[in-house]
Design a protein around this ligand. Structure first.
Ligand code: GDP
Length: 476
C-alpha cells in the first residue's frame, strides 16, 4: 500500500445524512481530469485554467449510470445534478500534497452519491479510511504524529483536548521527539566513528560526556512518559466512580454535575455491568462519571454485594469519590467501604451538608487520619460543587498542565515507543558505566533512536500505517 499514490481517489468528506452543504474531495495525479467530467464552470472555462485556492461557481452534471458498478459506458447528455462551489488546490500546496479538487454542493445524500458515482465512472477510486491524511504523510506534508493529531482534532471532546491536538498537529511533539532522537544519533555517530578507527587510538567521545548526554536524554524521556497519563486524560477522558451505600445521594450528585455542565454531554449506552455512565466536562477534562447507584439494591445487610460491585467500578476508575450522608452517623456499610485498601486514594465527600450534621466526633476521627481531602457538599441545594470539581481536577492532573510546557504525549502508540526508547537509553547508559564494548552501546542507542523515529514516522512499516489510518473516517 505504501506506494499506491498513482491513482486518483475521491470521497464524501462531510458526515452522512442531510446537511446545508456536502463536500466531496478528489485527490491525485488526475484529480482535475476526473473532476472535469462532472464539473461545468459557469464561466465556461476549463477547470485546468482555474487559479489555485479560489472558489468558483459551477454546475455538477453526470451521466445517469452506475458504470462504475456495471462497467457499461454511459451514453447521451449528462444530467444536471446540482450547483456547487468548486475549488482547485494544486499540489504540492494542498492537504495531500497532490492536486486536489473540492466540490461544495447541497448536503443531500442523493446529490453526493450521484456526484461520487460520476467521479468513479470518470476514473477515480473511492478512498479508503484516512487515505487523504495517509497521502499527506507519504507526500511529506505531515509526519506521523501530526497525521494522528488530525484524528485527535476531529475527536476532541473538550476545548482543552482540542488545544492539545492542535499543538501536536502543528508539530510541537514531533519537534521535541526529533530533537531527542537527533542527539542520540549524534552520540551514535561518535561511537560508531570510534569503532571504525579503534586501532588508531583516536577518542571521539569521552565517557563522562556520553554519560552526561544519556542522563539528559533519560530525563527528557521520563518527563515525556509522565506527561503521557495527563495527555491520555485530556484526550480520552478520565473515569470517575461515585461510590457509597444506597441513599447517600449518588444519583443526585451525578445529576447535579450533569446539570451544571455547559459542555456537550453525551449519554453513553447502557453498560454490561449495570452501572450508570454519563460524560461530562469537569474544568475542561472529559470525564465519564460512573454511578454505582445503577447497581440493583441488595437485601444483604452488610452490603457485601454492594462492596463487591464497588470494587468492580473502582478497578476501571482513575478516581473514586466515596460519598457519605452527613445527616446520619456512619453505618456499617460506610465503614466497610472506608475499610477497603483503595479507599485511601479516594476523594471523600460528605453530602447533605444542608441538613444538620449527625456525624459523631468518633466518625470524624475515623475519617481524618486516612483521607487527606474531605469535602462537604449538598447535591440537592447545590453547595460545594465548584470545590468538588477543582478537587477532582487536581486529583486527576496533580502536576497541573502548565508544568508540561505544552508537549504532552497522549497516544498509546507514542507512549509504548517512548518506553522502548527509555529502556534502550537506560541499557546503553549502563553499558557505558560498565565500560562495555562500543558495539553494545551502539546497539542499545540504535534501538532507542529507532523507537523515537517511529513516533514521527522517520522509521515506519506498512503495518503501522495500516493500523493508524484504519481508525480514520472515509474522506479524511
Ligand atoms: P443514591 O441511592 O445514593 O443514588 O441516592 P439518591 O441520589 O437517590 O438520594 C437519596 C435521597 O437523598 C433522595 O431523596 C435525595 O433527594 C436525597 N438527597 C440527595 N442529596 C441530598 C442533599 O444534598 N441534601 C438533602 N437534604 N437531601 C439529599
Amino acid at each position: 500500500m505504501l506506494g499506491a499514490l498513482d491513482d486518483t481517489i475521491c470521497a464524501i468528506a462531510t458526515p452522512p445524512g442531510e446537511g446545508g452543504i456536502g463536500i466531496l474531495r478528489i485527490s491525485g495525479l488526475h484529480a482535475l481530469d476526473v473532476a472535469s467530467h462532472v464539473v461545468r464552470l459557469r464561466s465556461g472555462k476549463a477547470l485546468h485554467g482555474l487559479p489555485t485556492h479560489r472558489l468558483t461557481l459551477a454546475d455538477i452534471c453526470a451521466h445517469n449510470t452506475n458504470a462504475a458498478v456495471t462497467g457499461i459506458k454511459a451514453t447521451g447528455a449528462p444530467r444536471f445534478i446540482d450547483e456547487a462551489l468548486v475549488v482547485v488546490m494544486k499540489g504540492p500546496h494542498s492537504f495531500t500534497g497532490e492536486d486536489v479538487v473540492e466540490v461544495q454542493c447541497h448536503g443531500g445524500p442523493v446529490i453526493l452519491d450521484q456526484l461520487c458515482r460520476g467521479l468513479i465512472s470518470a476514473g477515480a477510486r473511492l478512498a479508503a479510511p484516512g487515505e487523504f491524511t495517509k497521502r499527506a504523510f507519504l507526500n511529506g506534508r505531515l509526519d506521523l504524529a501530526q497525521a494522528e493529531a488530525v484524528l485527535d482534532t476531529i475527536r476532541a471532546k473538550t476545548a482543552r483536548s482540542l488545544t492539545l491536538a492542535q499543538s501536536q498537529r502543528r508539530g510541537e511533539l514531533s519537534r521535541y521527539v526529533e530533537e531527542i532522537r537527533s542527539e542520540l544519533v549524534v552520540a551514535l555517530a561518535h561511537i560508531e566513528a570510534a569503532l571504525d578507527f579503534s586501532e588508531e587510538d583516536i577518542s571521539f567521545v569521552r565517557q563522562d560526556e556520553l554519560m552526561r548526554l544519556l542522563d539528559v536524554t533519560l530525563h527528557k524521556l521520563r518527563r515525556l512518559l509522565q506527561s503521557g497519563r495527563d495527555g491520555r486524560i485530556w484526550r480520552e477522558g478520565a473515569v470517575v466512580a461515585i461510590l457509597g451505600r444506597p441513599n447517600v445521594g449518588k444519583s443526585s450528585l451525578m445529576n447535579a454535575l450533569l446539570r451544571s455542565d455547559r459542555a456537550i454531554v453525551t449519554a453513553i449506552p447502557g453498560t454490561t455491568r449495570d452501572l450508570l455512565e454519563e460524560s461530562v466536562s469537569i474544568d475542561g477534562i472529559p470525564v465519564r462519571l460512573v454511578d454505582t447507584a445503577g447497581i440493583r439494591r441488595t437485601e444483604d445487610p452488610v452490603e457485601v454485594e454492594g462492596i463487591r460491585r464497588s470494587r468492580l467500578a473502582w478497578v476501571d476508575a482513575d478516581l473514586a469519590l466515596i460519598l457519605l450522608d452527613g445527616s446520619q452517623p456512619l453505618s456499617d456499610s460506610d465503614r466497610a467501604l472506608l475499610g477497603e485498601p483503595q479507599s485511601a486514594h479516594a476523594l471523600l465527600v460528605i453530602n447533605k451538608c444542608d441538613l444538620p450534621s449527625e456525624l459523631t466526633r468518633e466518625d470524624l476521627d475515623c475519617l481524618c487520619p486516612t483521607h487527606r481531602d474531605i469535602l462537604e457538599i449538598s447535591a440537592m441545594v447545590p453547595l460545594g460543587l465548584d470545590e468538588l470539581r477543582k478537587a477532582i481536577r487536581s486529583r486527576l492532573l496533580p502536576g497541573g498542565l502548565e508544568s508540561n510546557e505544552g508537549v504532552l504525549v497522549s497516544n498509546l502508540r507514542h507512549t509504548v515507543a517512548i518506553e522502548r526508547a527509555l529502556q534502550g537509553v537506560d541499557q546503553g547508559r549502563q553499558s557505558v558505566a560498565d565500560g562495555r564494548a562500543g558495539e553494545l552501546i551502539a546497539m542499545d542507542l540504535r534501538i532507542a533512536a529507532d523507537a523515537l523515529g517511529e513516533i514521527t514516522g522517520v522509521i515506519t512499516t506498512d503495518e503501522i500505517l495500516e493500523r493508524i489510518f484504519a481508525e480514520f473516517c472515509i474522506g479524511k
